[in-house]
Design a protein around this ligand. Sequence first.
Ligand SMILES: [Zn+2]
Ligand SMILES: [Zn+2]
Length: 254
Amino acid sequence: MITGDFHTHGSFSHGKGSAMENAKEAVKKGLKSLAITEHGLFIIAGGLHAKEIKEARQEFDEAQKAFPQLKMYFGVEADLISPEGEIDLPKEFENVFDVVLVGMHYFVKGTKQRNVIKIVWRNLFRKFIRDREKLKEINTRALVNAMHRYRIDALSHLGTSMPDFDLERIAKAAEDTDTCIELNNKHCSLSLEQLVFLAKTNVKFLLSSDAHHPEKVGQVEQMLALALEAGIDEKNILNLNQEYIPKRLREGMA
Ligand SMILES: [Zn+2]
Ligand SMILES: [Zn+2]
């Protein structure tokens, strides 16, 4: 079973739960660790905005205090916001979070509007784009750059909202930068064929629920079955039968 769920949403992400309820559920399910990863800072509705961080941290701390047997991590599911691989995590907030996931979500506001349009809108309106090879190149480069620019724990639901990318180059960058590819139980965004390809690489994985309801915390069975069917080695799933330590904390220990 997984030892920790590193992708769950609470009250700041249009989630139905809260840090407290997610923690309660995690303990009930026998998890040792839990990350609360609210949506990124630039999400228009349902993200953790900069001015709410303090309040979110307070809720988080209360939950951690109520469940000391659970190791909790304060995280964020940030958004890819430019073809250069920028994410919506300004420098001053980089050290606020223990866990950073990065994914593609459409409704972000950007300070550099043109860049947002170049990557977010292109994916949103991809059906109208004739040159999908070009889009594939833009997406691949953005994700590869993001992995090199930031300390990212995992790419969340790779493929969701952004299906055009070169998996081989992304896998290589994930290996080089020690970034996990998420096995997301809510979206199951990677095809069996893509998982079979990844099983043959040295990529590491995090198996997550992406829970938006407390009862979904720790639910990963469907995605786990698919990963094993694809031949992914259990040892490469870093929160399965072993405890995952987030990148920032590992570096802090070194
Ligand atoms: Zn997401
Ligand atoms: Zn999510």
